[in-house]
Design a protein around this ligand. Structure first.
Ligand code: 5AD
Ligand code: SF4
Length: 482
């Protein structure tokens, strides 16, 4: 999500005349996008900001964006006085204006009106911006005189606005993200997102489809629809037709000419409908993969987490996915060591891994987050115990993935080529099921990044597959018996 936010921020500012530069040295303005979902994110941010402090003497300016900006607000100015701008993710649309203010304040002397943003600005990387024209960073408006300028864009949780821009600076030329819904109203007891990203608000399906068509016209073939909870997507306007549900929007994106693969993340099990599985079965471009975070296999813990479903209800959704005509890979997120999680709750989570048979699990130690209801729960689990549970869980999942991936050996699958590993003489591909498949190509063949090629799977590891590229006529796609 944050990666795509950075792409949108960079694209929008480039449109305003900024230029993205290659190194911190070249930058006039460094924008640091932050995430605070886990760990001691805020501490890491302050450490990084402390590193940047020495660059202040060169006249560089600093802004903090994202969840830590939203969470810490003006406290950032106190702890890192060299920072001039703090902006939460629901206020990014105001960034050009805020930067104009920042530049104006830099130039202003008493009695002068700050000038508007100049035409010659420059930006760089998701963390670094600059406004200076050509190679110069000298004549930018962002000078040291404004060391006390403080520009704050903090979000109102109730905002109805989405950050829509047609100027996203996508970093990959073949696959890209489209945000369909921002914010979250679920308030899971451990989660900071509803506090940092505002309330749930959906983009119109027409606007999403227009972006998908624009991407197809630019040569993109894979789209990933993004949202904290894509299943609670609500088309805000009907525009003279029926409002599209999430499954209908998903299918419509999958039918955009030129789009070969569509993924979506993240799904909340409570809102996950059977219609999504039906859409995957019906529309070939929708990928054979669902990420359905469970968080815990114990209904008691799920209740304490305020996840709004039981283990049985979760398993019902898994049954729908498994009943599909297509072989849909399932991945999940798990938190271990939530306050009050007993050995027997944890054992239920381990058992669930086996019952579902996931293709991948992202597992995390519970990390207390500011403002969240779980902070007030008793029976915190000691860090050492959380670490032990995490290790046990990861080892178990690794063992389960070995036979799952072995089932693919001997089958032919289509991959999108993502890159080349020169040292190993292998190309890197991704299957529709979101598995990494490293493969060799016949002598003289050099598949291009972004192309789709058939690959015979010859070996497997817990986290990846290995194969040999087939010539198109050799390949009669054979699906594995998983
Ligand atoms: N501690 C640990 N993991 C968390 N996640 C979200 N908040 C926390 C937290 N406080 C995990 C969840 C979520 C994923 C994106 O991050 O598993 O699905
Ligand atoms: Fe956080 Fe829960 Fe919302 Fe996901 S659904 S972003 S875990 S509050």
């Amino acid at each position: 999500m944050n990666v795509h936010d950075s792409e949108k921020v960079v694209g929008t500012l480039m449109q305003e005349g900024y230029r993205q530069v290659e190194t911190v040295d070249q930058a006039d303005l460094i924008l640091y996008n932050t995430c605070s979902i886990r760990d001691k994110a805020e501490q890491k941010v302050f450490h990084r900001l402390a590193d940047y402090k020495k660059l202040q003497a060169q006249g560089k300016k600093f802004g903090v964006l994202g969840c830590v900006a939203q969470q810490e607000g003006a406290k950032i100015f106190e702890r890192a006085p060299h920072v001039s701008l703090v902006c939460g993710s629901a206020s990014y649309r105001k960034l050009p204006e805020m930067l104009t203010q920042l530049e104006g304040a830099s130039r202003a002397v008493p009695g002068e009106i700050p000038p508007p943003a100049g035409e010659n600005a420059g930006v760089r990387d998701d963390a670094f911006l600059n406004r200076g024209g050509a190679e110069s960073t000298r004549d930018s408006g962002l000078t040291t005189r404004d060391s006390l300028v403080r520009i704050t864009g903090l979000d109102d949780r109730q905002t109805d606005e989405c950050f829509e821009t047609e100027f996203t600076a996508r970093t990959n030329p073949h696959r890209g993200y489209i945000t369909i819904i921002e914010g979250c109203d679920k308030f899971c007891a451990y989660c900071i997102v509803p506090f940092t990203r505002g309330k749930e608000r959906s983009r119109t399906s027409d606007s999403v489809l227009a972006e998908a068509r624009q991407m197809a016209a630019l040569g993109y073939t894979e789209i990933q629809l993004l949202g904290q909870n894509v299943n609670s997507y609500q088309d805000p306007t009907s525009n003279g037709r029926k409002k599209r549900s999430f499954a209908e929007l998903l299918a419509a994106v999958g039918e955009v000419p030129g789009i070969k693969r569509v993924r979506f993340t993240t799904s909340h099990p409570r809102d996950f409908g059977r219609d999504i599985v039906e859409a995957i079965d019906a529309v070939p471009a929708l990928c054979d993969h669902v990420h359905l975070p469970v968080q815990s296999g114990s209904t008691r813990v799920l209740d304490a987490m305020q996840r709004l479903y039981t283990r049985e209800q979760y398993m019902e959704r898994i049954a729908w996915i498994k009943a599909a005509k297509r072989d849909i890979a399932i991945t999940t997120d798990v938190i271990v060591g939530f306050p009050g999680e007993t050995e027997s709750d944890f054992a239920e989570t381990l058992d669930l891994l086996e019952e579902v048979g996931y293709d991948g699990v992202f597992s995390f130690k519970y990390s207390p987050r500011p403002n969240t209801p779980a902070l007030n729960l008793e029976d915190a689990i000691p860090d050492q115990e959380k670490a032990r549970r995490l290790e046990v869980l990861m080892a178990k999942q690794r063992d389960l993935q070995i036979p799952r991936n072995r089932n693919y050996v001997g089958s032919i699958v289509e991959v999108m080529v993502e890159g080349h590993n020169q040292a190993r003489g292998q190309w890197i591909g991704r299957t529709s099921q979101n598995k990494t498949l490293n493969f060799t190509a016949p002598a003289g063949k050099s598949p291009q990044s972004g192309s789709y090629v058939p690959v015979l799977v010859t070996a497997s590891f817990p986290n990846s597959l290995v194969g040999e590229m087939m010539s198109q006529d050799e390949s009669t796609a054979k699906t594995p018996d998983v």
